[in-house]
Structures are given as structure tokens and as C-alpha cells.
Write a protein that binds this ligand. Structure first.
Ligand SMILES: Nc1ncnc2c1ncn2[C@@H]1O[C@H](COP(=O)(O)OP(=O)(O)O)[C@@H](O)[C@H]1O
Ligand SMILES: [Mg+2]
Length: 328
């Protein structure tokens, strides 16, 4: 299952993604955590020191080797240089699985031991001022798009991404690559306006969106969110003393999280699991192709100097191919 957390800066994306990841890992599920936010905070939220977080490998820096690996021997992709962030997989491409060892994880993922369970963490890499709005910014997020387009994940295993919500995430097709997107909203006008903007953009792309209220303090907050968000409001995480402790530098164990908030994490998992039923591999692959053609036309063809539409393998559907001999 591919899950994203989006929302306004400060709404609690990182806090809730980290808690959700810990909740899944504590139940023994395999989890790959991906930090794709402009502000790279997921590592520390999962317990890394700032020093450890600073030495995390970045997906952006490993893009050429990621492409070389994923390309495999797909005859339609002649070189890693001709592969752009949206180049879809086809026959011969290498796919990634949540549970496996592969060169991408070896160079870009780091295992993190949690108080209960463990995860693999990947990070896009820090965004600098200069990155914003230019090609290298998108190439960092582009690495995540490429991975998701090549990921074969099953039920009971999870990839959880801490994303940015701003219009930058709409510049790529990344926001369409998840089975479920949790939009974290504080009970404020700004929190809710980000939801409206996201929803408006996402509805043309079959994005499955659920709103999670955060820092909800009482009946007025709840009433406000119910009124503004309506049926998209899925659950509400309360203002949390446990999160406060974390902020003060304590390392509270997960089992001490307020029971109501732990219950919300269980609800999020239920929503994620239910999203599996709604999967449509054909639609997923068709959308990848659609974004690829769009990118090819707007900048890719000119940049690479070939017609990137020829990279599309028309019959190919991710997740619908024959089982490899090695898997039997
Ligand atoms: N439910 C909560 N209760 C108390 N504090 C919270 C809660 N959720 C988030 N916070 C605090 O709010 C701030 C912003 O949260 P963060 O997860 O970093 O937001 P984002 O990743 O969306 O920018 C942090 O200081 C965090 O500790
Ligand atoms: Mg954050």
C-alpha cells in the first residue's frame, strides 16, 4: 500500500507520518518510509539524531544509478540518460518490492530501529533555496515518482511518504501515485483552504483523499472541521501531550501515546487497507503514461533529444505481469 501525508506546513504531516509508520512497524508490518517534503524532518521524527539525519543518502544524488537499475533490459529505454522521472516501466524493466534487498535500497535506504519494530527510510535530500521552482528540485521529487512507478507492493506492506502539499507537488504526477492520501488539516481557515485546493486539483485524477484533523482540542474544533470538510473528514488526532514530550526531547515509547490518538492510528491503517480494494492497476499504469507523455512534450523530448513517447510499452500494466521464475 502506498500512502502519502500532505498538508500545510506545520499541520503535522511529519508527526502523523512518523506515528503511523511506528504504528505499522509495531504490528510487524514491513514499512518503507520516504521523506519527500521540502523540509526533511522525517528521520529525526523517527528517532535519528540531527547528525544521523544529515548523513542520510539522498535519492536525488543517486538518480543516475536508480535509473540504470530500473531500466533493466527494457529495450524501449536505451540508456539511463534517456530515462526521465516519468519514464514508465515496461517489459524488461526491473521492479522494486517493499521486502527485498536491491541496489536502490543498498545505496539509498537506511534501516532505523524503533522502540517497536523497524523501518527502512529513504529521503529525497535537502532542498536548497536555489532548488525551488527549477529542474533539480523536481528531479529530487522525481526520484520518488520513478520508484513508485516501479514498485510492486502488496497488502500488509506499506510505503509511507511525508510529502509537501504546495503547488510544487502538482508540478509532477507524484500526487497521483498513492493508494491513499491523508491530508492533515488543523481546525483553522488556512488548514482547510489547503484541503480545498488539494481536492480541486486532485479530483480530475482519481486521487483517493481523506482528511485527518490534527491538534483538535475540543468540540468547537471538531464542529469546525465537520462543517468545512464534510464527508472527506475521516478522523481527528487530538492535541497531544505525548507529541509535546517528543518535542521537549523525551523519547516516549509508542505504547504511552494517548489511547484515543492510538485509536486514530488504527483507523488510518483501516483506511489504508480498505484502499487496496479500490486499486486499479490499469488506471495506475495509464496515468503514469499520461504524465509521461505530458512531460515528454513539455520539456523531456527537447532535453533528451529523442521522442520519449517511444518509451511507452503499450501492453504493459504494472502488477499484471507473469510471475518471474526467480519468485517461484
Ligand atoms: N497532535 C499534536 N499535538 C501537539 N503538537 C503537535 C501535534 N501535531 C503536530 N504537533 C507539533 O506541531 C509542529 C508541526 O508539526 P510537523 O509534524 O512538523 O508539521 P509539518 O510536517 O506538517 O510541517 C511540531 O512542533 C509538532 O510537534
Ligand atoms: Mg514536516
Amino acid at each position: 500500500m502506498k500512502i502519502a501525508f500532505v498538508g500545510k506546513g506545520g499541520s503535522g504531516k511529519t508527526t502523523l507520518s512518523a506515528l503511523f509508520i511506528r504504528h505499522l512497524a509495531a504490528a510487524g508490518h514491513p514499512v518503507v518510509a520516504v521523506d519527500a517534503d521540502i523540509n526533511q524532518h522525517l528521520g529525526p521524527a523517527l528517532g535519528l539524531t540531527d547528525g544521523q539525519a544529515a548523513t542520510l543518502p539522498s535519492l536525488g544524488a543517486h538518480l543516475p544509478e536508480i535509473k540504470e537499475y530500473l531500466r533493466g533490459d527494457n529495450p524501449l529505454i536505451r540508456s539511463a540518460e534517456e530515462m526521465i522521472k516519468t519514464t514508465p516501466p515496461g517489459h524488461g524493466s526491473r521492479l522494486l518490492r517493499i521486502v527485498e534487498e536491491n541496489p536502490v535500497y543498498a545505496s539509498c535506504a537506511r534501516p532505523i530501529a524503533l522502540d517497536e519494530g523497524s523501518v527502512r527510510l529513504m529521503a529525497t535530500g535537502a532542498f536548497t533555496e536555489e532548488d525551488l521552482g527549477v529542474a533539480c528540485y523536481h528531479s529530487k521529487v522525481g526520484a520518488v515518482e520513478l520508484l513508485l512507478n516501479h514498485l510492486l507492493d502488496g497488502p500488509d506492506e506499506y510505503l509511507v511518504t511525508d510529502m509537501t502539499a504546495g503547488s510544487d507537488s502538482f508540478a509532477s504526477g507524484l500526487f497521483t501515485r498513492f493508494d491513499l492520501t491523508f491530508l492533515v488539516a488543523e481546525p483553522t481557515r488556512k488548514g482547510v483552504s489547503v484541503y480545498r485546493q488539494y481536492k480541486e486539483y486532485a479530483q480530475d485524477f482519481d486521487v483517493h483523499l481523506r482528511v485527518v484533523g490534527n491538534k483538535v482540542q475540543g468540540p468547537d474544533d471538531l464542529e469546525f472541521l465537520r462543517r468545512e470538510v464534510g464527508e472527506d473528514l475521516y478522523a481527528c488526532f487530538g492535541q497531544s501531550g505525548w507529541v509535546r514530550r517528543l518535542e521537549r526531547g523525551d523519547e516516549p515509547p509508542l505504547r504511552e501515546l494517548e489511547p484515543a490518538n492510538r485509536g486514530v492510528l488504527a483507523e488510518l491503517k483501516a483506511a489504508a487497507d480498505a484502499a487496496h480494494e479500490l486499486r486499479d492497476p490499469r488506471r495506475y499504469s495509464a496515468q503514469a503514461v499520461r504524465f509521461h507523455l505530458r512531460n515528454a512534450e513539455s520539456w523531456g523530448n527537447a532535453k533528451v533529444g529523442v521522442d520519449l513517447a517511444t518509451q511507452v510499452d503499450p501492453e504493459y500494466v504494472l502488477g499484471a505481469e507473469p510471475v518471474r521464475a526467480a519468485d517461484v
